[in-house]
Design a protein around this ligand. Structure first.
Ligand SMILES: Cc1cc2nc3c(=O)[nH]c(=O)nc-3n(C[C@H](O)[C@H](O)[C@H](O)COP(=O)(O)O)c2cc1C
Length: 173
């Protein structure tokens, strides 16, 4: 699929078919996160695939009870390893949010290219998920997404977005 079409038609999907994802498709999608860029090529990430039904139910509870997550056959949880880097002199050890978010964006766009739906989940309880999925102390949860085939045709052009002239400026802010 054309790269720009992937970007334009990726939508947050909140309704999924139960249909499982073939392993080769899932591996292609995951591999795009693997090859993502990261500062110093540190690759400070781990992606946990949550398939088990009981665990997925508990994941939903730890994500503000966003029940639609349960419809998808899989939930992907992106974790980042805290590292002593301080990007821009202000980001502190949370600098790794950048690396993990870039890799997760690869995954989300690749999913779109495969006809799979995702929804970036930012409303979650880090502590609860860490306990549930046995995430080591030196890692934090950065994001999660349900992953599955959408139950309706949701891949439309973006809705409400700012215009380019509102977000781009020349030579000064
Ligand atoms: C960092 C981040 C956190 C988000 N958290 C949630 C969330 O917890 N639940 C949800 O349903 N959507 C969440 N979203 C999806 C946004 O609401 C969505 O991307 C935005 O409304 C634009 O819609 P679109 O993705 O369909 O283009 C999140 C998106 C981002 C980037």
């Amino acid at each position: 699929m054309d790269f720009y079409k992937v970007i334009r038609t990726r939508r947050s999907v909140r309704s999924f078919k139960k249909e499982p994802i073939p392993d080769e498709v899932l591996n292609r999608v995951l591999d795009t996160a693997r090859v993502a860029p990261s500062g110093g090529n540190r690759q400070p990430w781990k992606f946990i695939l949550v398939k088990d039904e009981r665990l997925r139910q508990r994941m939903v509870a730890a994500c503000n009870d966003q029940k639609f997550m349960m419809d998808a056959p899989l939930i992907v949880v992106a974790c980042g390893q805290k590292l002593p880097i301080n990007r821009g002199g202000y980001m502190g050890e949370m600098s790794i949010l950048l690396d993990v978010s870039i890799a997760f964006t690869h995954l989300i766009l690749a999913a779109r290219a495969e006809g799979l739906g995702t929804c970036w989940i930012g409303a979650f309880n880090n502590k609860e998920i860490k306990k549930l999925l046995k995430v080591p102390n030196e890692y934090e949860v950065v994001a999660a997404t349900p992953l599955g085939y959408p139950s309706t045709d949701v891949f439309t052009n973006p809705g409400n977005r700012k215009n380019l002239d509102e977000i781009v400026s020349l030579n000064k802010f």
